[in-house]
Design a protein around this ligand. Sequence first.
Ligand SMILES: *[C@@H]1O[C@H](CO)[C@@H](O)[C@H](O)[C@H]1NC(C)=O
Ligand SMILES: *[C@@H]1O[C@H](CO)[C@@H](O)[C@H](O)[C@H]1NC(C)=O
Ligand SMILES: *[C@@H]1O[C@H](CO)[C@@H](O)[C@H](O)[C@H]1NC(C)=O
Ligand SMILES: *[C@@H]1O[C@H](CO)[C@@H](O)[C@H](O)[C@H]1NC(C)=O
Ligand SMILES: *[C@@H]1O[C@H](CO)[C@@H](O)[C@H](O)[C@H]1NC(C)=O
Length: 175
Amino acid sequence: MFLRLLSWVILALAMSRCYGCLEAERLALMQFKASINHPNGTSLPEWKDDNTTDCCDWHGVECGYAPGRVISLELYNTRQAELGDWCLNVSLFLPFESLTYLNLQSNQLVICTDDEGVENQLSELKNLSRLDLSFNNLDTRILSSVNGLTALTLLDLFNNSLKGSIDLKGMILIV
Ligand SMILES: *[C@@H]1O[C@H](CO)[C@@H](O)[C@H](O)[C@H]1NC(C)=O
Ligand SMILES: *[C@@H]1O[C@H](CO)[C@@H](O)[C@H](O)[C@H]1NC(C)=O
Ligand SMILES: *[C@@H]1O[C@H](CO)[C@@H](O)[C@H](O)[C@H]1NC(C)=O
Ligand SMILES: *[C@@H]1O[C@H](CO)[C@@H](O)[C@H](O)[C@H]1NC(C)=O
Ligand SMILES: *[C@@H]1O[C@H](CO)[C@@H](O)[C@H](O)[C@H]1NC(C)=O
Protein backbone atom coordinates (compact mmCIF):
# COMPACT_ATOMS: atom_id res chain seq x y z
CA MET A 1 0.00 0.00 0.00
CA PHE A 2 2.73 2.39 1.05
CA LEU A 3 4.78 1.52 -2.00
CA ARG A 4 1.80 2.12 -4.23
CA LEU A 5 1.26 5.51 -2.61
CA LEU A 6 4.93 6.32 -2.99
CA SER A 7 4.86 5.42 -6.68
CA TRP A 8 1.87 7.71 -7.17
CA VAL A 9 3.75 10.53 -5.46
CA ILE A 10 6.78 9.93 -7.64
CA LEU A 11 4.60 9.81 -10.76
CA ALA A 12 2.89 13.06 -9.75
CA LEU A 13 6.28 14.73 -9.20
CA ALA A 14 7.55 13.48 -12.55
CA MET A 15 4.46 14.81 -14.30
CA SER A 16 4.66 18.17 -12.59
CA ARG A 17 8.22 18.50 -13.90
CA CYS A 18 6.81 18.21 -17.42
CA TYR A 19 4.94 21.40 -16.65
CA GLY A 20 8.13 23.41 -16.26
CA CYS A 21 9.14 26.14 -18.61
CA LEU A 22 8.37 25.55 -22.29
CA GLU A 23 11.49 25.08 -24.41
CA ALA A 24 10.37 27.70 -26.95
CA GLU A 25 9.83 30.26 -24.20
CA ARG A 26 13.14 29.43 -22.51
CA LEU A 27 14.91 30.07 -25.83
CA ALA A 28 12.95 33.30 -26.26
CA LEU A 29 14.04 34.41 -22.80
CA MET A 30 17.66 33.70 -23.76
CA GLN A 31 17.19 35.89 -26.84
CA PHE A 32 15.74 38.64 -24.67
CA LYS A 33 18.80 38.36 -22.40
CA ALA A 34 21.18 38.61 -25.35
CA SER A 35 19.31 41.64 -26.67
CA ILE A 36 19.16 43.60 -23.45
CA ASN A 37 22.84 42.84 -22.82
CA HIS A 38 23.93 43.81 -26.32
CA PRO A 39 26.80 44.32 -26.87
CA ASN A 40 28.51 43.40 -23.61
CA GLY A 41 26.17 43.66 -20.65
CA THR A 42 26.00 41.27 -17.71
CA SER A 43 22.37 41.53 -16.58
CA LEU A 44 20.24 38.51 -15.65
CA PRO A 45 23.18 36.20 -14.76
CA GLU A 46 20.81 33.63 -13.26
CA TRP A 47 19.11 33.13 -16.65
CA LYS A 48 21.26 30.17 -17.69
CA ASP A 49 21.43 28.72 -21.18
CA ASP A 50 21.08 25.09 -20.10
CA ASN A 51 18.23 22.92 -18.88
CA THR A 52 19.29 22.74 -15.25
CA THR A 53 16.77 25.35 -14.12
CA ASP A 54 13.11 25.97 -14.83
CA CYS A 55 12.78 29.35 -16.54
CA CYS A 56 9.48 29.85 -14.72
CA ASP A 57 11.62 30.34 -11.59
CA TRP A 58 13.93 32.94 -13.14
CA HIS A 59 14.09 36.48 -11.82
CA GLY A 60 11.31 38.59 -13.35
CA VAL A 61 9.53 35.64 -14.97
CA GLU A 62 6.16 34.28 -13.89
CA CYS A 63 4.33 31.39 -15.50
CA GLY A 64 0.63 30.81 -15.20
CA TYR A 65 -2.58 28.98 -15.88
CA ALA A 66 -1.45 27.50 -19.15
CA PRO A 67 1.25 24.96 -18.17
CA GLY A 68 4.76 26.36 -18.62
CA ARG A 69 3.56 29.53 -20.30
CA VAL A 70 5.05 32.83 -19.30
CA ILE A 71 2.27 35.23 -18.23
CA SER A 72 4.32 38.00 -16.65
CA LEU A 73 7.69 39.57 -17.43
CA GLU A 74 8.83 42.18 -14.94
CA LEU A 75 12.13 43.39 -16.35
CA TYR A 76 12.44 47.03 -15.31
CA ASN A 77 15.86 48.60 -14.87
CA THR A 78 17.52 45.61 -16.50
CA ARG A 79 19.65 47.29 -19.18
CA GLN A 80 22.89 48.69 -17.81
CA ALA A 81 23.12 52.46 -18.30
CA GLU A 82 26.59 52.39 -19.88
CA LEU A 83 25.32 50.21 -22.76
CA GLY A 84 23.28 53.11 -24.14
CA ASP A 85 20.08 52.87 -26.17
CA TRP A 86 18.22 49.58 -26.46
CA CYS A 87 16.35 49.28 -29.77
CA LEU A 88 12.80 47.97 -29.45
CA ASN A 89 12.49 44.60 -31.15
CA VAL A 90 8.90 43.41 -30.76
CA SER A 91 9.81 40.00 -32.22
CA LEU A 92 11.47 39.21 -28.91
CA PHE A 93 8.10 39.14 -27.16
CA LEU A 94 5.94 37.31 -29.70
CA PRO A 95 6.72 33.79 -28.41
CA PHE A 96 5.05 34.72 -25.11
CA GLU A 97 1.52 34.21 -26.39
CA SER A 98 -0.01 34.03 -22.92
CA LEU A 99 1.64 37.18 -21.66
CA THR A 100 -0.69 39.41 -19.63
CA TYR A 101 1.81 41.78 -18.00
CA LEU A 102 5.01 43.24 -19.44
CA ASN A 103 7.12 45.75 -17.55
CA LEU A 104 10.10 47.22 -19.40
CA GLN A 105 10.39 50.40 -17.36
CA SER A 106 13.77 52.20 -17.36
CA ASN A 107 15.60 50.22 -20.03
CA GLN A 108 16.72 53.03 -22.39
CA LEU A 109 14.25 51.68 -24.91
CA VAL A 110 14.05 53.52 -28.26
CA ILE A 111 12.50 52.84 -31.66
CA CYS A 112 15.36 52.47 -34.13
CA THR A 113 13.41 51.56 -37.25
CA ASP A 114 10.54 52.86 -39.35
CA ASP A 115 9.50 49.36 -40.33
CA GLU A 116 5.70 49.35 -39.97
CA GLY A 117 5.48 45.58 -40.27
CA VAL A 118 7.76 45.01 -37.32
CA GLU A 119 5.98 47.61 -35.24
CA ASN A 120 2.57 46.13 -35.77
CA GLN A 121 3.51 42.69 -34.59
CA LEU A 122 2.99 43.50 -30.91
CA SER A 123 -0.74 43.18 -31.52
CA GLU A 124 -0.30 39.41 -31.64
CA LEU A 125 -0.12 39.45 -27.84
CA LYS A 126 -3.86 38.96 -27.47
CA ASN A 127 -3.89 38.64 -23.69
CA LEU A 128 -1.53 41.48 -22.81
CA SER A 129 -3.49 43.73 -20.47
CA ARG A 130 -0.85 45.80 -18.69
CA LEU A 131 2.17 47.26 -20.45
CA ASP A 132 4.63 49.45 -18.58
CA LEU A 133 7.07 51.25 -20.89
CA SER A 134 7.66 54.23 -18.61
CA PHE A 135 11.06 55.93 -18.23
CA ASN A 136 12.32 55.09 -21.71
CA ASN A 137 12.88 57.15 -24.87
CA LEU A 138 9.98 55.96 -27.01
CA ASP A 139 8.26 58.33 -29.41
CA THR A 140 4.72 58.38 -30.83
CA ARG A 141 5.53 55.54 -33.21
CA ILE A 142 5.05 53.20 -30.23
CA LEU A 143 1.32 53.90 -30.45
CA SER A 144 0.94 52.08 -33.76
CA SER A 145 2.60 49.03 -32.18
CA VAL A 146 0.27 48.94 -29.19
CA ASN A 147 -2.93 50.00 -30.93
CA GLY A 148 -3.86 46.45 -31.89
CA LEU A 149 -3.49 45.12 -28.35
CA THR A 150 -7.12 44.19 -27.82
CA ALA A 151 -6.82 43.18 -24.14
CA LEU A 152 -4.80 46.24 -23.11
CA THR A 153 -6.30 48.17 -20.18
CA LEU A 154 -3.22 49.96 -18.84
CA LEU A 155 -0.44 51.49 -20.89
CA ASP A 156 2.19 53.44 -18.98
CA LEU A 157 4.32 55.70 -21.19
CA PHE A 158 5.28 58.14 -18.44
CA ASN A 159 8.56 59.96 -19.07
CA ASN A 160 9.19 59.04 -22.69
CA SER A 161 9.55 61.31 -25.74
CA LEU A 162 5.93 61.47 -26.87
CA LYS A 163 4.75 64.66 -28.48
CA GLY A 164 1.61 65.64 -30.37
CA SER A 165 -1.95 64.42 -29.99
CA ILE A 166 -2.60 60.94 -28.75
CA ASP A 167 -5.73 59.05 -29.72
CA LEU A 168 -6.18 55.78 -27.92
CA LYS A 169 -9.66 54.76 -26.85
CA GLY A 170 -10.83 52.58 -24.03
CA MET A 171 -7.72 52.56 -21.89
CA ILE A 172 -5.91 54.49 -19.24
CA LEU A 173 -2.95 56.20 -20.86
CA ILE A 174 -0.22 57.66 -18.70
CA VAL A 175 2.33 59.83 -20.49
C1 LIG B 1 31.19 47.55 -23.00
O1 LIG B 1 32.28 47.89 -23.81
C2 LIG B 1 32.55 49.27 -23.86
C3 LIG B 1 33.70 49.50 -24.80
O2 LIG B 1 33.59 48.65 -25.90
C4 LIG B 1 32.88 49.79 -22.47
O3 LIG B 1 33.04 51.19 -22.51
C5 LIG B 1 31.74 49.47 -21.52
O4 LIG B 1 32.09 49.82 -20.20
C6 LIG B 1 31.44 47.98 -21.58
N1 LIG B 1 30.28 47.72 -20.76
C7 LIG B 1 30.19 46.66 -19.97
C8 LIG B 1 28.91 46.56 -19.20
O5 LIG B 1 31.04 45.84 -19.87
C1 LIG C 1 19.45 19.00 -21.58
O1 LIG C 1 18.53 18.33 -22.39
C2 LIG C 1 19.10 17.51 -23.39
C3 LIG C 1 18.01 16.90 -24.23
O2 LIG C 1 16.79 17.49 -24.03
C4 LIG C 1 19.93 16.43 -22.73
O3 LIG C 1 20.57 15.64 -23.72
C5 LIG C 1 20.99 17.07 -21.86
O4 LIG C 1 21.68 16.08 -21.15
C6 LIG C 1 20.34 18.01 -20.86
N1 LIG C 1 21.38 18.72 -20.15
C7 LIG C 1 21.32 18.92 -18.84
C8 LIG C 1 22.46 19.68 -18.26
O5 LIG C 1 20.42 18.50 -18.15
C1 LIG D 1 14.81 40.78 -33.16
O1 LIG D 1 14.59 39.60 -32.41
C2 LIG D 1 14.51 38.43 -33.18
C3 LIG D 1 14.12 37.30 -32.25
O2 LIG D 1 15.06 37.14 -31.26
C4 LIG D 1 15.83 38.21 -33.89
O3 LIG D 1 15.74 37.05 -34.69
C5 LIG D 1 16.16 39.42 -34.75
O4 LIG D 1 17.41 39.28 -35.31
C6 LIG D 1 16.10 40.69 -33.92
N1 LIG D 1 16.25 41.84 -34.79
C7 LIG D 1 17.17 42.78 -34.58
C8 LIG D 1 17.16 43.92 -35.55
O5 LIG D 1 17.95 42.70 -33.67
C1 LIG E 1 -5.87 34.19 -23.00
O1 LIG E 1 -6.73 34.26 -21.83
C2 LIG E 1 -7.84 33.41 -21.86
C3 LIG E 1 -8.69 33.63 -20.63
O2 LIG E 1 -8.31 34.74 -19.90
C4 LIG E 1 -7.39 31.98 -21.94
O3 LIG E 1 -8.50 31.13 -22.01
C5 LIG E 1 -6.51 31.78 -23.14
O4 LIG E 1 -6.00 30.48 -23.16
C6 LIG E 1 -5.35 32.77 -23.13
N1 LIG E 1 -4.58 32.66 -24.35
C7 LIG E 1 -3.35 32.21 -24.33
C8 LIG E 1 -2.66 32.16 -25.66
O5 LIG E 1 -2.78 31.89 -23.32
C1 LIG F 1 12.40 61.62 -16.64
O1 LIG F 1 13.59 60.91 -16.97
C2 LIG F 1 14.74 61.69 -16.94
C3 LIG F 1 15.89 60.83 -17.37
O2 LIG F 1 15.58 60.17 -18.56
C4 LIG F 1 14.96 62.27 -15.55
O3 LIG F 1 16.08 63.11 -15.58
C5 LIG F 1 13.74 63.04 -15.13
O4 LIG F 1 13.88 63.43 -13.79
C6 LIG F 1 12.50 62.19 -15.25
N1 LIG F 1 11.33 62.98 -14.95
C7 LIG F 1 10.49 62.67 -13.97
C8 LIG F 1 9.31 63.56 -13.82
O5 LIG F 1 10.67 61.71 -13.22
